[in-house]
Design a protein around this ligand. Structure first.
Ligand code: 6R9
Length: 600
């Protein structure tokens, strides 16, 4: 381990004392029950018995707290200089209307409402409208191709899909007949009845006709609220289901980790198709009543610095890939912008290189604070807090109310590894409110994640003598590319659709910018030659079916794939070879693998 300088905790003058000032004391005295009291302003019985609705906390409570006219969402359009502000009162009305739209369509509690939407204002009305109606909000990634979308719409048994005309016609319409559960498709950008593609409805028309008032029915803290798909090593994607009381974690971490204060402007750069985009790009900031900046455009370094400057962003939640792209764009660029409003910068999704922390300290004047969590945890679990020294490269310490441990599982028994600096699996003691409550319709897979009262995260880590956690790697073969989790099995299944492909194995190949890129090893059927034309064909199929965010960047032809004697493809071995690392235990290997062509 390199010895990097510790960055001493921030000493902020004036009004901005961090919400969490003494970590150890807060951690020791914290209870979720007290937090619930605070969140519901003393009505914690509502948490115990009935009615705790995410939308009521994030939207409607701001009206009763006198923040109705406060800007909740400031939306920046991708094109031109268009900016639109939405107050909490407007969001309350729009979400009431959408809840009525759903009710009018016969959609009720527990029904799944999916979106395939970019960062646009309608997303907020749909999310909170669905939650008010006690339906389950399930956002999907716009860069997915038809196959990942079909799979997720099918697995979630979504009854409603809200999307744009273009996305619908390109990706959904051709497979619509196979989506037997999907009763309603609502398009956000078609305003006239006669312009609607067959079998779709207009968001604008439905909203205009809907009653602007909706009373949230009693919602139990354990009622399902959010569904996020994530990927494992094998099998279909897993739908991690979260309940309404997850909002307790959103609120607690908005306060302690993001350190949001009244009047703050906050910007989360995550895409709404992934868990960060919902937990922290929609819900968390609104539970503390701050203004959320939403930028529709894709990454652009100059645009991003301009947003930080012009919107006077105080707190910024982004991802290591984005930070590395900013670093790549040079140190001179940020110097032409006034970033003095930025008080706190935070990241998630992949390991944050120590260099990035030091770069940010030097160039932006603030260190980036790494946080760790997963789709399954629903909210931030381990973090670097503003009032804590940062050890660059460390994920920080557990959030108050979260018990994290390094463990090993031996013969099905959990063994805590209490000694410092010992590598093991990161585990969380069951009991935080935003823990996923199931993998939808995959009970066995869910059960496998738990042992002796702990949730096993699948990440390898260690804890140092000061209680800081350090990420080591993943225990499985799942790929993280540009912060997005990709299941190798999903990619391999599509590669196998090509008539020339006999076998395929997919790994994450290290990449300096995106952390990993998807690389496929492909064995061809006899009669097909491993040439450029075949490679291009397979690549095109993968991009068409999976979308650019998931398709392999590289295909290498091999004569055969390394397999265990029981026939399982050893992705781990392919990865070790790719990295030039020792191959580890190959005693179960069936026979060696031979490369037959170059890769690109
Ligand atoms: C929120 C989110 C979860 C996986 C997680 C781990 C990796 C996330 C990290 C990190 C190192 C960090 N990960 N944060 N690795 N340092 N600060 O990203 O959820 O898409 O489910 O990914 O991402 O491997 O297990 P999700």
């Amino acid at each position: 381990m390199r010895n990097l300088p510790v960055i001493k905790k921030q000493r902020l003058e004036g009004e901005f004392q961090p919400n969490l000032q003494r970590y150890d004391e807060t951690y020791a005295s914290f209870s979720w029950r007290d937090l619930a009291q605070e969140l519901t302003r003393g009505h914690a019985d509502v948490v115990a018995d009935s009615s705790l609705n995410i939308a009521s906390i994030a939207i409607d409570q701001n009206l009763s707290n006198g923040r109705g006219e406060h800007i909740a969402v400031r939306w920046l359009a991708a094109d031109g200089d268009i900016r639109r502000d939405f107050t909490f009162a407007q969001l309350a009305e729009f979400s009431d209307r959408f809840a009525n739209v759903l009710r009018g369509l016969g959609i009720g509690a527990g029904d799944v409402v999916c979106t395939v939407l970019g960062r646009i204002p309608e997303l907020y009305a749909v999310c909170f409208g669905a939650l008010k109606n006690r339906s389950i909000f399930c956002p999907l990634f716009t860069a997915f191709g038809p196959e990942p979308l079909r799979m997720r719409l099918d697995l979630s048994r979504a009854k409603v899909l809200v999307t744009s005309r273009n996305l619908y016609e390109r990706k959904i319409a051709p497979m619509r007949p196979s989506l037997s559960h999907l009763a309603h498709v609502i398009l956000v950008d078609v305003y006239q009845e006669q312009m609607l593609p067959e079998g779709t409805q207009s968001y604008g028309l439905l909203m205009a006709r809907a009653d602007p008032n909706f009373t949230i029915p009693p919602t139990r803290p354990e009622d399902p609220a959010l569904l996020h798909f994530t990927s494992g090593t094998t099998g279909t994607p897993k739908g991690a289901l979260h309940v309404h009381q997850a909002v307790m974690v959103h609120y607690a971490t908005a306060k302690y980790v993001l350190d949001l204060h009244p009047g703050d402007v906050y910007w989360c750069t995550a895409d709404p198709g992934w868990v960060t985009g919902t937990s922290y790009g929609i819900i968390a900031p609104l539970t503390v009543g701050v203004t959320l900046v939403v930028d529709e455009a894709e990454f652009d370094a100059a645009r991003w610095y301009k947003i930080l400057q012009d919107q006077k962003v105080n707190v910024w939640y982004t991802a290591p890939t984005a930070v590395r792209m900013l670093m790549k764009s040079g140190d001179a660029l940020p110097q032409s912008y006034d970033l003095s409003h930025l008080r706190h910068a935070v990241s998630v999704g992949e390991p944050l290189n120590p260099e990035a922390v030091l770069w940010s300290q030097r160039v932006l004047g603030r260190p980036i604070h790494d946080t760790w969590w997963q789709t399954e945890t629903g909210g931030i679990m381990v973090a670097n807090f503003p009032a804590m020294d940062i050890k660059p490269g460390s994920m920080g310490r557990p959030v108050p109310g979260v018990e994290a441990a390094i463990v090993s599982v031996v013969n099905g028994v959990l063994q805590p590894l209490a000694e410092p600096d010992v590598e093991g699996e990161l585990a969380l003691r069951v009991g935080w409110p935003s823990m996923f409550r199931s993998y939808l319709n995959q009970e066995e897979r869910y059960k496998k994640c738990f042992i002796d009262g702990y949730y096993l995260t699948g990440d390898l880590a260690r804890r140092d003598a000061d209680g800081y956690f350090w990420f080591v790697g993943r225990a499985d073969d799942v790929i993280k590319s540009a912060g997005h989790l990709i299941g190798p099995f999903e990619v391999e299944s599509v590669l196998l659709e090509h008539p020339a492909v006999a076998e395929a194995a997919v790994i994450g190949k290290p990449d300096p910018l995106l952390m990993e890129v998807v690389k496929a090893f492909v064995a061809l059927k006899s009669g097909f030659s491993p040439d450029e034309a075949t490679r291009k064909e397979i690549m095109a199929l993968a991009r068409r079916r999976l979308g650019p965010a998931v398709a392999p960047r590289e295909i290498e032809f091999v004569a055969d794939l390394p397999k265990t004697k029981s026939g399982k493809i050893m992705r781990r071995l392919l990865k070790a070879r790719e990295l030039g690392l020792p191959e580890g235990d190959t005693s179960t290997l069936e026979r060696p693998v031979v490369a037959t062509g170059g890769s690109r």
